[in-house]
Design a protein around this ligand. Structure first.
Ligand SMILES: [Zn+2]
Length: 205
């Protein structure tokens, strides 16, 4: 026990300078990365659009939970809320000159507890989901905003509105959502030919 204590102190002492020195110099320069076309089909939709048993069962489950009023807030909605909150703060900070020294941001600058940007937003944002991968577009000092590459941008956001057709075009024509809708409404659709057959038989007699 006596030996463990100094070792623990040593490791804590090693970690402290790392946490205290958050290097944000890269964010003061132009964003080195460019936005590629794959962002128009976010990973979340790639997973949930696929027509397989798991996704169709999940679609039925969501509808049942919504119907009986026990649905929890989805991770995607939590992510959209976080995007909105961060973007409102960015808009507020951008109104005052020289308040935002950063040209761009990603997860590190947004969510790291020692990051100066994380400390500017109140209450301080945290990642809504492990899959979330935030990135900014535009110049953060002027009118730049953020969105999540995994869940996609919030549908009312400027970025989504500006690229709505690209987001729509990249998704498949029929998804697990559509198959579930067809399965739900199939009995109602079947009523029409069955009624027609019964009527035909009835009229023939
Ligand atoms: Zn997300």
């Amino acid at each position: 026990m006596k030996k463990v204590f100094p070792v623990a102190i040593f490791f804590i002492a090693m970690l402290l300078p790392i946490q205290a020195d958050f290097d944000h110099s890269a964010y003061l320069q132009e964003n080195p990365a460019t936005i590629s076309a794959d962002i128009f089909y976010p990973g979340f939709f790639k997973e949930t659009d696929a027509i397989n048993l798991e996704n169709i069962v999940n679609e039925f489950k969501h509808r049942y939970e919504f119907f009986v009023g026990i649905s929890n807030e989805s991770r995607q909605k939590a992510c959209f809320k976080t995007q909105n909150r961060i973007n409102k703060w960015l808009s507020r900070l951008q109104q005052k000159p020289d308040q935002l020294p950063f040209k761009w941001t990603d997860d590190q600058l947004l969510f790291h507890r020692e990051s100066p940007l994380n400390q500017m937003i109140k209450p301080r944002p945290s990642k809504p989901d492990d899959n979330c991968a935030y990135i900014s577009y535009g110049d953060l000092q002027k009118d730049g905003r953020v969105f999540c590459r995994y869940h996609g941008p919030e549908p009312q956001s400027e970025f989504y509105q500006a690229h709505a057709h690209q987001f729509t075009e990249t998704r498949p024509f029929i998804t697990a959502y559509d198959v579930t809708e067809i399965l739900i409404f199939l009995p109602f659709i079947m009523v029409i030919p069955v009624t027609w057959l019964i009527m035909k038989k009835f009229l023939a007699v």
